[in-house]
Design a protein around this ligand. Structure first.
Ligand code: SAM
Ligand code: DTB
Ligand code: SF4
Length: 333
């Protein structure tokens, strides 16, 4: 396999050159990079679960869970660890190899709820699953405790470009996000970081976001590319739907800039048919969220996923043995 050199010094001009290629050429190049760095046709299947829903203090203008907006989300306090364990077991039986737990928190606090989350991490990990959480901001000590509990990955999206960030969220900064990513990486946990398109940002913002991710000292282990799910009651409710070609362009560019990372076709999948999702896999996506629900919105149903896998000859990737052994950092060293 011809391995690609991993770079983290991409200039904006270089990113633009790639991003603006004719789509056919862009996809062709992305497929080449994909083939050289990943087994073709193997898709990471991550089951997502909202362990604490709604009533979040942040004002992220895309989010159904912010307390600032009147949305249809039902607030639910932190789930009991036993219930989470049982759902993780079911997810494993259904073929997931990574279990991701999301909490509508601004940040982790050193309280009983954090202890419960640590217990969840331990128990999910004991099933031989990769474990990911997304809990908002964490400090260095909290990151270390998550690592000790067996966390293999932490999701914290940069969401958009530094310039556009302030149009989307006012209650925390881009730098806050980057600090958490650093704390997580320093604790030896692989980061999962990506963003959303369709929030009114320009194409240049999209390129800048990809450039920021690709220029992190260590690339994210996975890069979720989300299409905005417009939520009734939020400032973004009326945004037009992202086209599949915009998703393909983002995925292909991410694949070329970050050859070894998993690129996840994330929110928005439910609105894409088998052909459209297939195009995203051809463009270099090799990871999905599975299950009927993402955090609060609908996802592609399991039987539809089975059909997509069958049509395109895809198979679920096995859990990363290194990550599951607790040596996640070495995967991307
Ligand atoms: N509270 C934590 C945080 O903000 O990091 C974790 C949960 S948060 C819901 C995780 C990510 O989901 C966000 O950073 C955003 O990228 C994505 N997301 C949330 N709502 C979305 C929506 N309506 N459409 C697309 N992506 C969304
Ligand atoms: C990510 O990038 N996408 C997921 C996960 N990380 C936590 C969340 C998508 C949320 C979509 C809207 C919802 O279901 O509330
Ligand atoms: Fe809260 Fe996360 Fe939603 Fe922002 S994205 S409002 S931090 S749950």
């Amino acid at each position: 396999m011809k391995e690609c050199k991993i770079r983290n010094d991409w200039t904006l001009d270089e990113v633009q050159e790639i991003y603006t290629l004719p789509l056919m050429e862009l996809v062709f190049r992305a497929t080449e990079v994909h083939r050289s760095n990943h087994p073709i046709g193997q898709i990471q299947v991550c089951q997502l679960l909202s362990i604490k829903t709604g009533a979040c203090s942040e004002d992220c203008s895309y989010c159904s869970q912010s307390s600032r907006y009147e949305t249809e989300v039902k607030v639910e306090k932190l789930m009991p660890p036993e219930e989470v364990y049982s759902l993780a077991k079911t997810a494993k039986e259904a073929g997931a190899t990574r279990f991701c737990m999301g909490a509508a928190w601004r940040e982790v606090k050193d309280n009983a709820d954090f202890e419960k989350v640590l217990a969840m991490v331990r128990s999910v990990r004991s099933l031989g699953l990769e474990v990911c959480t997304t809990l908002g901001m964490v400090d260095g000590k909290q990151a270390e405790r998550l690592k000790e509990a067996g966390l293999t990955s932490y999701n914290h999206n940069i969401d958009t470009s530094k310039d556009y960030y302030k149009e989307v969220i006012s209650t925390r900064t881009y730098e806050d996000r980057l600090r958490t990513l650093k704390n997580i990486q320093e604790a030896g946990i692989t980061i999962c970081s990506g963003g959303i398109i369709g929030m009114g940002e320009s194409e240049l913002d999209r390129m800048k976001m990809l450039q920021a991710l690709a220029n992190l000292e260590v690339h994210p282990g996975s890069v979720p590319i989300n299409a905005l799910v417009p939520i009734k009651g939020t400032p973004m409710e009326g945004k037009p739907r992202v086209s599949v070609f915009e998703m393909v362009r983002m995925i292909a560019t991410a694949r070329i800039l970050m050859p070894k990372s998993k690129v996840r076709l994330s929110a928005g999948r439910v609105l894409m048919n088998e052909t459209e999702q297939g195009l995203c896999f051809i463009a270099g996506a090799n990871s999905i969220f599975s299950g009927d629900k993402l955090l609060t919105t609908q996802n592609t149903a399991l039987d539809q996923d089975a059909r997509i896998f069958q049509i395109w000859g895809l198979s679920p990737m096995t859990a990363d043995p290194v990550a599951v052994e607790g040596r996640a950092q070495e995967v991307f060293a």
